[in-house]
Design a protein. Structure first.
Length: 148
């Protein structure tokens, strides 16, 4: 455990485990790891900047929306976490099976998908308050046959 800017001990392993659980579809502990003022900074598929994903509830809705197109989708950490003061970074890989319903997809149901990304999380009061994501969404879209 390390100290963050508010001098509270931060259990980074617990935060990473909870973060992975969220992305793997277990939303039960979202309030234990995500702050009410949580903010996303991302280039969204709809052209937005992530500001339409407010707080823990918005995060759960966004993750559920992503997961809805896949019968199986498992996120694992490839590298990290790398910790610097109140931030942690990790590289992840997601593998799964297309289940249908992704806008613009032409791939058949059952198509295997694999894509990666990097998350940067800012921690305050032992909670995740900000999230930056950079993923290879173009690889996912290509796997799904989405025409760009």
């Amino acid at each position: 455990m390390e100290q963050n800017s508010t001098t509270q001990a931060v259990d980074y392993q617990q935060l990473v485990a909870g973060w992975l659980a969220l992305w793997n579809g277990d939303y039960a502990a979202v309030g234990d790891i995500v702050a009410p003022e949580f903010a996303v900074h991302a280039s969204m598929l709809d052209g937005g900047d992530g500001s339409a994903v407010p707080g823990p509830g918005g995060l759960v809705e966004w993750i559920a929306q992503i997961r809805a197109a896949f019968t199986e989708l498992v996120f694992t950490v490839q590298v990290g976490p790398v910790i610097d003061r109140d931030q942690l970074a990790l590289r992840w890989i997601a593998v799964g099976t297309y289940g249908g319903g992704f806008p613009g997809a032409t791939a058949p149901v059952g198509t295997a998908i694999r894509f990666t990304g990097i998350d940067i999380l800012r921690i305050e009061r032992n909670l995740i308050v900000e999230y930056w994501v950079n993923s290879d969404t173009h690889v996912l879209l290509g796997s799904l046959g989405v025409q760009l």
